[in-house]
Design a protein around this ligand. Structure first.
Ligand SMILES: NC(=O)c1ccc[n+]([C@@H]2O[C@H](COP(=O)([O-])OP(=O)(O)OC[C@H]3O[C@@H](n4cnc5c(N)ncnc54)[C@H](OP(=O)(O)O)[C@@H]3O)[C@@H](O)[C@H]2O)c1
Length: 314
């Protein structure tokens, strides 16, 4: 099912038509505008051909500029990169979906998207405020729209040829099942947190059975320490195979059949994170036997983004 024996070139087929997703993806969740631009250029130069964006990251303009300049500098065409962005929670009302999509496209300076995702299954009060709260600080949810209604509007974008594929993010298997059953156009991709401390095996098995790409975010555990990057099993394998812990974690993710999103912020780390190679079977088995369990991002429970800050080395 997966093309190429070189992990760096792995491309996973999408269930909508003929498209493929490069397994190694670069994530643009970077708060600083200048750092977004330089990290995006560095990722492209290192070999990344898959870019994950979101209106919520508030940096689609910087990513779009960096991609436009980077493609020209590298002699690449638009078709040679895979670009995703995401519909934010405050735009779940069906009439808001297409305008939100068009605004993202405009900021990214693109005329089509490879993938558009519903960022979370939680609808927030519709409007321009991305984080609507009451006076006590509680999130204002929108109970006037269902996830299926939002999905139908995503299907319309596909009907109008605006994007090549649609999917969901920050969703549990229980929430995904009814959408999958009712969807006229089945989700092509599910993006969730996954690493050896949160393998999401049941969801991964479902996705494999249904031909849905499982796209892992935080494959390095978001750099949280202690975390997967410092796990003794990962460190021992890294020493044994002559790779870094980050390269071991990324190779494991691709070899278990997932695509991934990582966020190297420097050119050296972009090259490191792209330069992965296959681990031997016994190493994969050892990683699969790690017992530690840790979710690092609570977005799946509330719709409000954010990694758990404690323990993060800055
Ligand atoms: N759907 C969602 O709700 C959602 C949520 C979160 C993320 N995402 C997407 O997933 C992407 C990736 O998530 P992530 O940023 O958590 O991924 P990650 O690659 O697991 O973590 C990134 C952090 O790991 C560190 N790092 C990167 N390369 C390293 C290396 N070679 N060695 C040691 N440390 C390294 C960096 O820390 P330093 O800061 O020290 O450089 C970086 O901040 C995001 O950019 C975004 O596109 C989606």
């Amino acid at each position: 099912m997966i093309e190429s024996s070189d992990l760096r070139m792995t491309r996973i087929p999408l269930n909508h038509g003929a498209g493929h997703m490069p397994a190694l993806g670069f994530g643009t969740l970077i708060s600083d505008a200048a750092a977004t631009t330089s990290a995006t250029r560095d990722a492209l130069e290192a070999g990344f051909r898959h870019f994950d964006c979101a209106e919520r990251y508030r940096n689609e303009r910087e990513v779009g500029e960096a991609l436009q300049a980077g493609l020209a500098a590298e002699g690449l065409t638009r078709e040679m990169v895979f670009v995703t962005t995401k519909l934010w929670n405050s735009n779940h009302r069906p009439e808001r979906v297409e305008p939100a999509f068009e605004a993202s496209l405009d900021r990214l300076r693109l005329n089509y998207l490879d993938l558009y995702l519903i960022h979370t299954p939680f609808a927030f009060q519709p409007g321009d405020e991305q984080d609507p709260r009451d006076q006590d600080g509680n999130v204002l949810y929108d109970h006037g729209v269902t996830l299926l209604e939002t999905w139908r509007a995503m299907e319309s974008l596909m009907d109008h040829g605006k994007c090549q594929a649609i999917g969901l993010s920050d969703i549990t298997l229980n929430e995904l099942l009814p959408i999958y059953e009712s969807a006229r156009i089945k989700p092509a991709v599910v993006q969730v947190e996954a690493h050896p401390y949160l393998p999401e095996t049941e969801l991964l098995e479902f996705c494999k059975r249904k031909g849905i790409v499982f796209l892992a975010f935080a494959p390095l555990g978001h750099g949280v320490r202690p975390g997967p990057l410092e796990d003794p099993v990962i460190s021992a394998i890294a020493a044994r195979v002559g790779k870094t812990p980050a390269q071991v974690l990324l190779a494991w993710a691709v070899q278990r059949g997932t695509a991934l999103l990582t966020t190297p912020r420097t050119a050296a780390r972009a090259r490191e994170n792209f330069n992965i190679s296959a681990l031997p079977e016994d190493a994969l088995d050892e990683i699969n036997r790690i017992q530690t369990r840790q979710r690092l991002n609570e977005v799946v429970k509330t719709g409000s983004p954010g990694f758990i800050a404690q323990g993060k080395r800055t």
